[in-house]
Design a protein around this ligand. Structure first.
Ligand code: PHE
Length: 496
């Protein structure tokens, strides 16, 4: 209604200088709330966005009187009251003025009356100086009471300062025709539909312009969990260093691949129930490569390749049991086995994986029963412990850790084995970041890898660097039902 009215008025008048005048026209009486400037403004904005009009805002002020001002109108200004209580021949001293007009009027009025030369002071006594006065303050207030404003800006600001009048901001508008002006309200299409294209009606339609300044709706997309962000960063480092990713999409492994192929003795504590989750159903898996199985069995029982083995019976029942893999080294073992069997003989390779492993551990602030392992394996002729250390230095440097220390350690499948420590500059201390070593001949030879092929391997958790990177102290803030989803959405991408 209002928009139609504005377009019609523009048609009559050409332009509208002052929107306040609009509403004295007869037609405006039929409008709801035409005098509400905010309602008018939103109608104008709508027309402006269609370029049918151009409008500008103008601010004006109106003034209302305070209670004190109303009192002044009734009883005269303070200066007039002081003047009125004096006479031309008999002087009053300041105290007597206060008794007559009250202390407020005496205080404010004396000064103002003096300024206008209405009164004079002789020997500390006050006298009238003129016979007639014009009470300008009251006259101004009366005018404002009738007109809500005054033409004298200086007087206005003076009255405002004295808190006799209160300003109120008003908005009005000047309105001109815009480039798309028409006396009729055009409705713009917001979508070009297939129907319009088919029946050709798009030719006669007007389309709404794109508003490129509009703030877009926030996308409700998913966000990567910090662990996945750090995993991405690790993957990129591996790819950059020429690694291939191992297929780790198999959480259940046989003890054969999880332990036996890695030369972990069948009596090893890691295999006990309190450390490893065993599968109830199905309980066991068959060994597929009998020949390889026999070699592994013999190596465990009596050794070979310069080793004396564990000299203990090797149980087939034990090797067939199914477990939730306790490390991704189970996958590395299978990849190395396939590497030994591949056609065309051995070729050097670098392999990595980042995936989930399971350990029957007491859950606390830094341990869960499942976590992610980052694992790397390099197989080549005659590589040495020096290569392992050298590689670690390059690899961890890419993650921002340039100071490393190595400590001798023990793994059943590597010799020598090294624990890796890095100086964490943020925490100001050495932290253990990983485990590594040179895979044993007892593991590699039964697979059929040539004698001079040496393999180095290392593993670390994904959770630890993630917690350090995101300053998370409790693993339950990272994984599980207590994770703050909003925090996940907001967490920044990592850059090592
Ligand atoms: N499997 C080891 C672990 O779970 C990591 C590792 C992998 C160590 C390869 C040496 C070689 O900690």
């Amino acid at each position: 209604q209002l928009q139609k009215f504005i377009l019609a008025e523009l048609n009559n008048l050409g332009s509208i200088q002052d929107s306040r005048k609009l509403f004295y026209t007869p037609i405006s009486r039929h409008l709801d709330q035409p005098n509400d400037s905010l309602v008018l403004q939103s109608s104008l904005q709508g027309l402006q966005s269609k370029e049918m009009i151009d409008y500008k805002n103008h601010e004006t002020y109106t003034y209302t009187l305070s209670d004190e001002a109303l009192d002044l109108i009734k009883n005269g200004s303070h200066e007039a009251r002081v003047w009125a209580c004096l006479s031309t021949d008999e002087g009053l001293d300041p105290k007597e003025i206060i008794t007559k007009v009250g202390s407020t009027s005496a205080k404010v009025g004396q000064g103002r009356a003096f300024k206008q030369n209405w009164i004079k002071k002789v020997d500390n006594k006050f006298f009238k100086n003129v016979l007639d006065i014009e009470d300008v303050t009251v006259n101004n207030l009366v005018y404002i009471q009738a007109h809500n404003t005054l033409n004298d800006e200086k007087e206005l600001s003076d009255l405002k300062k004295r808190k006799l009048i209160k300003p109120k901001k008003l908005l009005h508008f000047s309105i001109a025709k815009g480039p798309q002006y028409s006396p009729e309200l055009i409705t713009f299409e917001t979508d070009l539909t297939s129907d319009m294209l088919i029946d050709g009606s798009w030719k006669n339609k007007s389309f709404k312009k794109y508003n490129f300044d509009a703030a877009g709706a926030l996308p409700q997309g998913g966000a990567l969990h910090p662990l996945l962000k750090v995993r991405e960063e690790f993957r990129n480092i591996f790819f950059e260093m020429g690694f291939e990713e191992m297929p780790t999409n198999q959480f259940v492994e046989s003890c054969f691949w999880n332990f036996d192929s890695l030369f972990v003795p069948q009596q090893h504590v890691a295999r006990e129930l309190q450390d490893t989750f065993y599968i109830k159903e199905p309980k066991v898996a068959d060994v597929s490569d009998k020949e390889y199985y026999n070699k592994v069995k013999t190596t465990h029982e009596s050794g070979g390749f310069g080793s004396i083995g564990y000299r203990a019976p090797f149980s087939e029942d034990e090797t067939k049991r199914l477990v939730l893999r306790t490390h991704t080294t189970a996958t590395s073992a299978q990849c190395l086995y396939r590497l030994a069997k591949q056609e065309g003989g051995f070729k050097p390779c670098k392999l990595f994986s980042i995936d989930r492993v399971f350990r029957n551990e007491a859950v606390d602030a830094t341990h869960l029963a499942e976590f992610h392992q980052v694992e790397g394996v390099i197989a080549d002729k005659n590589i040495t412990l020096g290569d392992l250390i050298g590689f670690m230095e390059v690899f961890f440097k890419k993650m921002g850790m340039s100071q490393l220390r190595f400590k001798p350690a023990y793994n059943p499948y590597t010799e020598p084995s090294l624990e890796i420590f890095a100086h964490h500059d943020g925490l100001g201390k050495w932290v253990e970041i990983g485990n590594s070593g040179m895979f044993r001949p007892e593991m590699l030879a039964p697979m059929g890898l040539p004698d001079d092929v040496h393999v180095l391997g290392f593993g670390l958790s994904l959770e630890r660097p993630t917690m350090i990177k995101y300053a998370i102290n409790n693993i339950r803030d990272l994984v599980g039902h207590k994770v703050d989803i909003e925090q996940v959405e907001k967490s920044e991408a990592v850059r090592f």
